[in-house]
Design a protein around this ligand. Structure first.
Ligand SMILES: Nc1ncnc2c1ncn2[C@@H]1O[C@H](COP(=O)(O)OP(=O)(O)OP(=O)(O)O)[C@@H](O)[C@H]1O
Length: 627
């Protein structure tokens, strides 16, 4: 009966006595999953004292490794925190080894030693602590409760815990979510909550990692796009991931489904199912609704961007950005459009992705359109789609358009100021009426999405200059988030330290010395986080494994900034700005030449956003730049 409530009774005390004192098999008296776990826990010394959390540096490394899980679980941790606080419980996220990565709520109900044992940095595997909800849920691969005396260690006898394992789309354990409190406070309701939350996290992780095609299906079409839908990912013609709902519907295990040929499984027509509702035939002949989409998660987003969360006492970027994110989620969830404003490279897209992940639309798609990188002539068809044969060069079948792809999710319009005026009128109409009519006529299609836009410019100034419609500005800027430039962020020391580890510092066992950290924190960073990341990558590449990175190992211009008098930011930035501008222009021209004027290639070569190159070209053509 793993996964079921087992009410503690005097039977548990008797079972403990028989098991520990007489070495008897406890199976007749306690739930099967507890009995199995006690047997597995025999090697654990049951007089073990409570452990201290591991060192923060080590914990940070383990959290880096579990970045995707932390990122995808954050909305659930936030949601469950309310339950935890109201019920005197804590909510815990562990990695696949049972190591606590995050704890929210208060463990005041416990004596000090156990309070410490429930903190991030302590491993609750069965191997370490015997039977406990986190370790046992991971070992049994099932959601379950462990109450009071069912815990292997006597000192955990006051605890009630409910935990659910979190799986990747390939059936590997990613971690566990747990609610712990006094035994009387943890019941089947808590078990239901962690089970549902784990399903949400799995769903988000699968979508975040998916490349190729994503198949979404459910017997009730209304549930497609929610965390209860079945998901399958197809890459290179093979099924590479599936969630547990999919396994149940197809009555298959991961082993029986993964790496199967998609054509053999779905029929030869599967590539043509894209963006249409189809019927999927289950084993046994039942047909259910299905939608197939091309994954819109770019490779970079699949490998980077962590939602910052901090071990107790450690400052991270969450301190500066988190409050902005909280506010933005609240307004977006009310259907108000959010405009993210900030200097180039300050993290507007990263912020918008986090906003989507934390919003009511998290189970739906995040569709990003970079208005600066599309030639003007293509923006219209890209956004609104077109009918079959709408114009010369159009794909024969027509295209739904990015706005329709965002149905049920978030549409992210990056560099919104770059949308040409005539299209601004059309976009405004779609935002007002929530109906898209494709180019070339045809039926209007109703769409439902939340809107997030970004710009590095100042929209009111553009409105005044007649380059942006005032009514569209009011529509897209229902709520404006101003992201601070990197040099003004109060949490930049923690951010730099984290990005240093992510840039390969952790893998090469490098240490960032405090003079280097101070120099990096003092620099003006005109290219913000993007520039910081590429600088750190270069610094890490030049260091030997195990090195201590000092200020002397940083590029000279950074150290110059630090040793100059620590005046106000703007004045000391000025000497760098002018020469840097001409160096930048020259570098872009050279990169374009070397890449045969392929903008995407040149952007990759310079590690800048394509919009930087388009802006540079616009400047060369004499087109005024947005400010
Ligand atoms: N919080 C963060 N953690 C890690 N990397 C980040 C963070 N914020 C930004 N970055 C990185 O910095 C770069 C720029 O981020 P992003 O594209 O979100 O900035 P932007 O403001 O949208 O830039 P642009 O104005 O050029 O469109 C990316 O490589 C991104 O991964």
């Amino acid at each position: 009966m793993s996964g079921e409530a087992h009410l503690p009774s005097i039977g548990v005390d008797q079972a403990r006595e028989l098991f520990f004192a007489q070495g008897r098999d406890p199976a007749p008296w306690i739930a099967p999953h507890i009995s199995r776990s006690w047997q597995r826990s025999r090697p654990v010394d049951h007089h073990v004292i409570d452990p201290e959390p591991m060192a923060l540096a080590l914990l940070s490394e383990r959290r880096e490794q579990a970045m995707r899980l932390l990122n995808c679980a954050q909305p659930e941790l936030d949601g469950l925190a309310e339950h935890a606080v109201g019920n005197g419980c804590v909510v815990i996220l562990s990695d696949a080894s049972g190591l606590i990565l995050e704890e929210v709520g208060s463990a005041d109900f416990l004596p000090k030693a156990e309070r410490i044992a429930l903190q991030p940095g302590v491993e609750w595997s069965e191997h370490n602590r015997g039977t406990n909800a986190i370790g046992t849920a991971l070992a049994e691969r099932e959601a379950l409760m462990v109450l009071g005396g069912e815990h292997y260690l006597a000192q955990n006898g006051a605890l009630g815990c409910a935990a659910a394992p979190i799986f990747t789309g390939r059936g590997e354990l990613a971690g566990a979510l747990d609610i712990s409190g006094e035994t009387v406070r943890v019941n089947t309701h808590a078990l239901g909550l962690v089970r549902m939350a784990a399903q949400q996290v799995e769903h988000r992780m699968m979508l975040a990692e998916a490349g190729g095609h994503v198949l979404r299906f459910h017997a009730r079409p209304a549930l497609i796009g929610t965390a209860r839908e079945g998901l399958m990912v197809i890459e290179g013609g093979r099924i590479v991931a599936a969630n547990r709902v999919a396994l149940e519907l197809f009555s298959r295990s991961w082993d029986g489904l993964l790496d199967l040929d998609a054509e053999a499984f779905l029929g030869a027509n599967w590539p043509r199912m894209e963006h249409r509702r189809n019927l999927l035939t289950l084993p046994g002949g039942r047909q259910i609704a299905m939608v197939m989409e091309r994954s819109n998660t770019p490779d970079t987003a699949r490998t980077t961007t962590r939602h910052a969360t901090s071990p107790p006492g450690m400052t991270t970027e969450a301190d500066d950005i988190q409050p902005l994110l909280h506010k933005a989620v609240r307004v977006l969830n009310e259907g108000v459009s959010v405009l993210v404003n900030g200097e180039t490279g300050s993290g507007k897209e990263v912020f918008s992705r986090r906003l989507h992940a934390a919003s009511r639309r998290s189970a739906g798609p995040f569709v990003a359109v970079d208005c600066a990188s599309l030639p003007e002539t293509l923006i219209e068809s890209e956004l609104f789609g077109y009918e079959e044969g709408a114009f010369t060069g159009a794909k024969r079948k027509g295209m739904a358009g990015r706005i329709r792809e965002a149905h049920g999710g978030v549409l992210f319009l990056d560099e919104i100021a770059e949308i040409p005026l005539p299209l601004q009128t059309r976009l405004l109409r779609v935002l007002e009426e929530r109906v898209v009519t494709p180019l070339g006529g045809g039926q209007g299609v109703a769409v439902d999405f939340d809107l997030v836009c970004a710009t590095h410019g100042h929209l009111p100034a553009l409105v005044e200059a007649g380059r942006f419609r005032a009514d569209l500005m009011y529509r897209v800027a229902g709520f404006t988030v101003a992201l601070p430039p990197l040099h003004q962020r109060g949490d930049r020391h923690a951010l730099i330290s984290r990005l240093f580890l992510e840039a390969g510092g952790a893998a090469k066992h490098l240490r960032l010395e405090s003079d280097a950290l101070e120099a990096l924190a003092a620099y003006r960073w005109p290219g913000n986080v993007r520039e910081l990341r590429s600088t750190l990558r270069a610094v890490v590449a030049l260091a030997d494994a195990g090195d201590s990175v000092t200020a002397a190992m940083l590029p000279a211009h950074l150290v110059g900034a630090w040793t100059s008098p620590p005046d106000d930011a703007t004045p000391h930035a000025l000497p760098h700005t002018e020469p840097l501008m001409s160096i930048t222009r020259h570098a872009i021209d050279e990169a374009l030449k070397a890449c045969d004027h392929d903008v995407a290639k040149a952007a990759r070569r310079l590690d800048v956003h394509r919009s930087t190159i388009y802006r540079h070209l616009a400047r060369q053509r004499g087109k005024p730049e947005a400010h």
